[in-house]
Design a protein around this ligand. Structure first.
Ligand code: BGC
Length: 420
């Protein structure tokens, strides 16, 4: 027996070495471009990193600060043009198709088929993740954009109520102003102006108007009486923001509501991630309600990771493992608890989620059923990037220039809608 030992030991050693080698060949690096740098966002990004590392892979962080992702997209373009694309990047909505058409994205259909993504995603979302029938991106969540956040203590002190309509919004804003607090926390950056604008368009104009004007880009809707009212209301809101708003980051604006320096903020539910990261509880320390006039509707914004073509079996394996992990129930739960959004994967257990998230999930399903689910134009969901950018610029020019009339802005909006 003894003389066999050395041999079997050698065999075992050889087998072990092969396994180690195989393991090494499988462990790869994934460079991920994102713009999740605020408190809540960073926690969510850390969950993504931990998920990848748990699979034995290495995470290379490619964070480009700047809410809404405009700076990140500029940096991404230059990296791709110079032939140095990251393995994954946070790209959303119609832009996914534009990147895929450039031939730079990888097909991850094998992962999607093995994990049965078609049956785990709402059709409206899985379609966006595909190019010519094959998956090119993995969805992370569903953010709702038409939210209003408020500090209940500040409202109480001012004798003001949480507004459900735009008339009520202005009554509350006036009461807050009289009480000496900033009524609306706002960051004057074009994507934040645009976020407020789309909520006014939805709440005042209604779902049909929103769809006609900001999804179908119908010239009559962009240039009609309802748009004029929307623009006038949007301008009126500016009077309830503070003089330091220009250039302020969105999370600093949320911080003002957290601290009671301001009463309200109109922002998507990544803002809820900030309240939660600051240790605040919904219903008690802060209130979340649908933006005025938009209770039955839902502007959706789905974050997704597009996969770029990478070289090397190890890198491809790591990239595919990341894609599979992103859709797993565990990841969908942890990521979204921190991010402020709800899972995109259907039939998830929401026990650990707070009332804002539960309301969001309920409204998401109801609005999908009732035809009031609309894509957010301010967050890359509704129209091609060039058109979005052109409309966003007009909205911000109008916000910043009190001499521009609503009529003038409307003519410019109709022209911007033709940008390509
Ligand atoms: C993205 C979110 C992000 C927010 C602020 C949105 O467009 O979808 O993931 O948290 O911008 O940067």
């Amino acid at each position: 027996m003894n003389r066999f030992r050395p041999k079997s030991a050698r065999v075992l050693a050889a087998v072990a070495a092969t396994l180690v080698l195989a393991g090494a060949a499988q462990a790869g690096e994934v460079e991920v471009l994102h713009y999740w740098t605020s408190g809540g966002e960073a926690k969510a990004a850390a969950a993504l990193k931990a998920t990848l590392q748990a699979k034995g892979h290495t995470w290379r962080d490619f964070a480009v600060a700047g809410g809404g992702g405009d700076s990140a997209m500029t940096v991404l373009k230059s990296r791709v043009v110079s032939g140095n694309a990251p393995a994954a990047a946070q790209i959303k909505g119609p832009s996914l198709q534009e990147w895929a058409a450039e031939g730079v994205l990888a097909n991850i259909d094998d992962v999607a088929k093995a994990e049965k993504w078609d049956s785990l995603l709402p059709r409206q979302i899985s379609d966006v993740m595909k190019y010519k029938g094959g998956y090119i991106a993995a969805p992370l969540n569903v953010h709702r954009v038409n939210w209003l956040y408020a500090n209940p203590e500040v409202l109480k002190k001012a004798g003001a109520k949480v507004p459900a309509t735009w008339d009520e919004f202005f009554a509350t804003a006036e009461a807050l102003k009289k009480a000496g607090v900033i009524p609306l926390a706002h960051g004057g950056q074009n994507w934040q102006d645009f976020t407020v604008f789309e909520s006014v368009a939805l709440g005042l104009g209604g779902v049909d108007f929103y769809r006609k004007a900001l999804v179908q880009l119908d010239p009559a809707a962009l240039n009609g009486a309802t748009m004029e009212k929307v623009l006038a209301t949007f301008r009126r809101i500016k009077g309830y923001t503070d003089k330091n708003a220009p250039g302020r980051d969105w999370n600093l604006a949320t911080g003002m509501v957290v601290k009671g320096e301001a009463g309200m903020q109109l922002m998507g539910d990544w803002a809820k991630g900030e309240f939660v990261a600051a240790g605040k509880q919904p219903g008690k320390d802060f209130i979340c309600v649908a933006a005025p006039g938009s209770a039955g509707a839902f502007t959706f914004n789905v974050d997704s990771l597009a996969m770029f073509k990478v070289k090397g079996d190890d890198k491809v394996k790591a990239q595919k493992d990341l894609a599979a992990a992103v859709m797993s129930p565990q990841f969908q739960e942890t990521f979204n608890l921190n991010k402020g959004s709800i899972p995109v994967r259907l039939n998830m257990d929401l026990t650990k989620f707070d009332d804002c998230a539960k309301a969001s999930a309920k409204d998401f399903a109801a609005s999908a059923q009732g035809g009031t689910l609309v894509p957010s134009i301010a967050h890359g969901m509704a129209v091609p990037a060039a058109v979005e950018g052109a409309i966003k610029d007009v909205v911000s020019q109008f916000w910043n220039n009190d001499r521009m009339t609503p009529k003038e802005a409307m003519t410019r909006l109709a022209a911007a809608a033709k940008a390509s």
